[in-house]
Design a protein around this ligand. Sequence first.
Ligand SMILES: Nc1ncnc2c1ncn2[C@@H]1O[C@H](COP(=O)(O)OP(=O)(O)OP(=O)(O)O)[C@@H](O)[C@H]1O
Length: 353
Amino acid sequence: MIRLDQLTKVYGHGANAVTVLDKLDFAVDSGEIFAVVGPSGAGKSTLAQCINLLERPTSGSVVVNGEDLSSLPEKRLREARRRIGTVFQSASLFSRRTAAGNIAMPLEYLGVEPREIKARVGELLERVGLAHRANHYPFQLSGGQRQRVGIARALALRPSVLLSDEATSGLDPDTTRSVVSLLRELRDDLDLAVVFITHEMDTVLQVADSVARLEHGRIIESGRVVDLLTDHDSALGRALQPHLTPAVPEEGARLWEVTYDSHDVPHDWLQRISQELGEPASLLAATIQTINGVGTGRATVGLRSGSPALVQDAFARLGLRAEPGTLAGTGGHDTVRNDTAREDAPAPLEHAQ
Ligand SMILES: Nc1ncnc2c1ncn2[C@@H]1O[C@H](COP(=O)(O)OP(=O)(O)OP(=O)(O)O)[C@@H](O)[C@H]1O
């Protein structure tokens, strides 16, 4: 497991000092994927460099399996760094080395026996599904395959922590899904603590067990993904939901924005709402998914019922929260970058597309 205690990074001195990371605290257990999301300039790259100790924190500590790595002298630090494997954006492979040659590099630096290197590299290629590409050079591999080589290289020294620094940024959606599913497999099979740094909200939902939002060097909200998604008051939970554009309801119907407000919502809730209110409920938009066995999501529903209190009570009895909606749609955002604008300024009805 990895723990950050009051991790702070200040660049510059005196009047020129800039606090880029400000007393960050979080812990990631073995077998857990913890995402850190944040807009450009939030401090994500600096955080990645402090976690793998390419940068020394100004204060605070990075503790891996109980040992404070940030206070180690340089020589011992080199050894301790092996406990953290890093996957970078675009894999950062050496173009003159084959896939196998890239994966072998950390082992070669350590002076591991060639026979042992060969066996370990073979095992790692197999592990990431690239045994048939061992002798291909990076330019002969797809973006997703290069990223798999990067992951295999990061695992070469059997780390207990895997740091993914924007590893899926720039990949197409299918490739992202396949890299994410590999990371989840590795989390389970190798019991890794994975720190997944990204600016892509969509990917967080696919990969993470927990998530923290970093802004201006501070964690402003964090929690288990499933808890955030079922917490109506969570800005991060809302930002994690895909954006929805509801269909236009039939005349006279009122829009309701419905969110899962409990871990225990029946699958047939729409039917039950219709039965309870004695009228058809039209589903105008919905994004519903199961995360760790818990149903989460949001929907836009059209209803003619007159009494808002009656409608809200009916939804509440099923573990759902209903608020009067607008045609501007519900939901979150593809990336962190644009969501402040959307949250602060929901489009009025007449501007709906
Ligand atoms: N060596 C440095 N000296 C001074 N300021 C720095 C240094 N490195 C980063 N910063 C500042 O720290 C802040 C955070 O930068 P960082 O690159 O960590 O953000 P980021 O979230 O990774 O952004 P992006 O997503 O755009 O890469 C920025 O304001 C940046 O200008």
